[in-house]
Write a protein that binds this ligand. Structure first.
Ligand code: ATR
Length: 284
């Protein structure tokens, strides 16, 4: 698809670059959208070692790529190598969606926070992030995107807790006074009057221990969500459901974060549907 007024004859080619990248479900998402939109596109996995990343990344526009998604461990380097970056990518300090313009310019974006918020708006339409404090567990890369998105969406306060306090302190310094640090050992008490409770740690993932979080103090109106999507219902979400709290699973964040890339590269806005969820889950 060409941009209006420009002669962009490049193939509809994009991919995901990471190390490892074999587990990535992004190719399933793009295959579904290509079939749905009728676009004759291709989306490939680019397994690239860290020491090779800069060279491979810079060569992709010359190989005809319109863009790539970037995953671990390259998200920070991709931002550094780009010619320009969106406010979200700069605020988060990492890029997950790269656009290669026809003239070779590299533009970095980060759509993880967008995907996080869109997933909650989709799964819990009455959720109001501005209604009260959010509790964010974890202070890794995903946490940075979630915090940025929650602040942008109007969360008045974010209670941030992490096993290693120094990482939470670094995020508080970066994101400013709306971040309030909570000791990892005191995280249960931080659920009181929370509007939004988010697990951004890897706890609860298949093969990892569950996240221990008592929800007794959480208000009946709290929304509980998890960025872990394998399993779809993590122990945290199961515990929230037993308490009749609203829950949204993490798969939708993965699906929604892919939409801006598809639109930027191919000029069509794809949608997140039950059929897409089935396609991504069924594909393993
Ligand atoms: P991502 O980019 O997906 O956020 P990450 O940067 O490796 O991944 O961050 C993983 C998060 O899970 C961190 O907050 C980590 O806590 P530490 O900063 O203390 O390492 C958290 N995490 C992982 N295993 C954990 C465990 N067993 N107990 C508590 N937190 C854990």
């Amino acid at each position: 698809m060409s941009d209006p007024g420009t002669a962009d004859n490049r193939p509809l080619l994009a991919g995901v670059i990471g190390w490892p990248v074999a587990h990535s479900r992004s190719p399933l998402i793009f295959a579904h959208w290509f079939a749905e939109t009728g676009l004759d596109g291709a989306y490939v996995r680019l397994a690239t070692r860290p020491e090779d990343f800069a060279q491979v990344f810079r060569a992709l526009p010359k190989a005809g790529f319109r863009g790539v998604n970037v995953t671990i461990p390259h998200k920070v380097t991709a931002l550094e190598l780009a010619d320009s970056a969106s406010p979200a990518a700069r605020a988060i300090g990492a890029a997950n969606t790269i656009r290669f313009d026809a003239d070779g310019q590299i533009h970095a974006d980060n759509t993880d926070g967008y995907g996080f918020i869109e997933n909650l708006r989709d799964g819990a339409p009455t959720w109001n992030p501005g209604a009260g404090p959010a509790l964010v567990l974890g202070a890794g890369g995903a946490s940075r995107a979630v915090i940025h998105a929650l602040l942008d969406a109007g969360a008045p306060v974010i209670r941030l807790t992490n096993r290693s306090r120094d990482k939470a302190e670094a995020l508080a310094a970066h994101f400013g006074p709306r971040i309030v640090l909570v000791d990892w050992a005191a995280r249960d008490t931080a659920t009181g009057d929370a509007t939004t409770i988010v697990n951004t740690t890897s706890l609860g993932m298949t093969g990892k221990p569950p996240l221990e979080l008592a929800l007794n103090d959480a208000p009946a109106t709290a929304l509980v969500t998890d960025i872990v999507y394998a399993p779809l219902e993590t122990p945290l979400l199961a515990a929230a459901r037993v308490r009749n709290l609203a829950t949204v699973d993490g798969l939708g964040m993965l699906l929604h974060q892919a939409r801006p890339g598809f639109r930027a590269w191919f000029g069509v806005s794809p949608t997140v549907t039950p059929a897409l969820r089935r396609a991504v889950l069924g594909g393993g």
